[in-house]
Ligand binder design. Structure first.
Ligand code: HEC
Ligand code: HEC
Length: 398
């Protein structure tokens, strides 16, 4: 009897140690596989749908996973955008060089058109792609010429640059930037239940359907989150309408998270008072996997997010009109007449003075309706995001 107890106690301790060490691992590195110093790539490049130059996207993939892009070789893009976590890190704030935290939550990556980052400070993926490298908290490689020199000395980049840019191409920061952004624009994980249901290949269950009706109807989510079923445009047209089951992403709104924001988001970049507390609208694809939520990761679950829209919207002067107490049953035509009337100075924008009388919305959703919204959001999940090899770490060896 006695031996049995000690045995199981020892067993428990072993289990506990295993659990604790796993936890630690999950917080600090992309996964627990081994890493080689050189990338392992297929003989022929994978097919990247949004790219006409697959070798360029492949080079971008290698750069994305390469810790050489940080000043002390400790951080890669994938440290905070981990494939095993749907290209975010599931932390409220990310951890950069020397364990310093980022001021905002790391979003998943989607090949958005138009402005990116929570505050829209980059005008495109190309404009974005070297900023994390230079960023003091994230990777701190400010001298981009030195970075280009550093990576020219590796065994693998000269060949990868030749394949991507031609034999005489130099390794420089502009080409690094181009390759990274070429990889980023391919991020589109939208093989989801919603898309299949729109094509008639699968049906939503009753709760998901209820949520869908609310999302596109009374709850007005689709006024800002342009989840689209029409996938005829494969990868974005010149107007900035993306493909991949998602529409326009180049817009920002104030959703009344606070009455006074500590982070003014778009307002801090544009220096316009009416942008204070506005943030870029996140793409909701795979949102089930990317908790916590919002620019500051304040909500831990989708239920908390839905409750914010249902009952928690605060009366910020810049609160968007769609989150104010307007008749929820107006048709689109009635709504545009209503908005035209609100726009007293007729400048095509609603200023805080024109919105002042309208209280924050109180949707008054039932428990079943709230559950429906959450269930609908989960129909935007594509588990392929965790598996697709052409987005995986080429330095990982199994
Ligand atoms: C230390 C963690 C960290 C590292 C390293 C990092 N990121 Fe990020 N990333 C973030 C955070 C945090 C944000 C949100 C910042 C903001 O919007 O102000 C972000 C935002 C982004 C976005 C914008 C997404 C959107 O929809 O607006 C993209 C794309 C991105 N990162 C790509 C990269 C690339 C490429 C690299 C490597 C060159 C990289 N990141 C390195 C944490 C990190
Ligand atoms: C007025 C425009 C607007 C409306 C209406 C709106 N949203 Fe949002 N949503 C945003 C913006 C902007 C953010 C990011 C805000 C921030 O981080 O400060 C956001 C964030 C979210 C997030 C968090 C995503 C993430 O990656 O962190 C979810 C989930 C979400 N919204 C779902 C919904 C649902 C469900 C509805 C309808 C009940 C809705 N939204 C209505 C603009 C809107």
């Amino acid at each position: 009897m006695k031996t049995k107890v000690t045995f199981s106690l020892a067993f428990l301790i072993v289990i506990a140690v295993v659990i604790i060490s796993c936890k630690k691992d999950n917080n600090t590195s992309d996964d627990s596989t081994n890493y080689s110093d050189t990338p392992v790539l297929p003989a022929n490049p994978e097919n990247y749908r949004a790219s006409s130059n697959d070798n360029l996207a492949t080079l971008g993939r290698v750069l994305f996973y390469d810790k050489n892009l940080s000043l002390n070789n400790s951080v890669s893009c994938a440290s905070c955008h981990q494939q095993s976590k749907a290209f975010c890190d599931n932390l409220q704030f990310s951890v950069g060089l020397e364990n310093v935290k980022t001021p905002r939550n790391s979003p998943s990556i989607f090949g958005k058109q138009g402005r990116v980052f929570w505050d829209g400070r980059a005008n495109s993926m190309l404009d974005l792609s070297l900023r994390p490298v230079k960023n003091h908290v994230e990777m701190r490689f400010e001298n981009l010429d030195a970075l280009a020199q550093k990576i020219s000395k590796t065994s693998y980049y000269p060949e990868l640059f030749k394949k991507a840019f031609g034999v005489n191409a130099e390794i420089d920061s502009i080409r690094i930037q181009m390759a990274l952004s070429e990889f980023l624009k391919n991020f589109d994980f939208s093989n989801n239940k919603f898309a299949r249901s729109e094509k008639g290949e699968e049906s939503l269950n009753a709760s998901e359907q209820l949520g869908k009706n609310l999302f596109f109807g009374k709850a007005r989510c689709s006024n800002c989150h342009h989840v689209e079923s029409n996938r005829n445009v494969p990868f974005g047209d010149s107007l900035g309408f993306g493909g991949g089951g998602y529409g326009f992403t180049d817009e920002s709104h104030n959703i009344g998270l606070d009455e006074v924001y500590t982070d003014n988001g778009v307002g801090a970049v544009s220096n316009r008072l009416e942008d204070n507390g506005a943030f870029m609208v996140p793409a909701l694809l795979n949102v089930e996997y990317t908790a916590p939520y919002m620019h500051d990761g304040r909500f831990k679950t989708l239920e908390e997010v839905v409750e914010h829209y249902n009952s928690g919207v605060k009366n910020h002067p810049n609160l968007d009109v769609f989150l104010r107490n307007i008749d929820l049953n107006m048709s689109d035509v009635e709504l545009s007449i209503f908005i035209t009337k609100l726009d007293v100075n007729q400048n095509g924008m609603l200023e805080s003075s024109e919105l002042a009388g309208l209280e924050p919305v109180r949707l008054g959703l039932t428990a079943a309706e709230k559950r429906g919204l959450v269930d609908f959001l989960k129909t935007l999940s594509d588990p392929g995001i965790f598996r697709e090899r052409k987005f995986s770490n080429p330095f990982a060896v199994k």
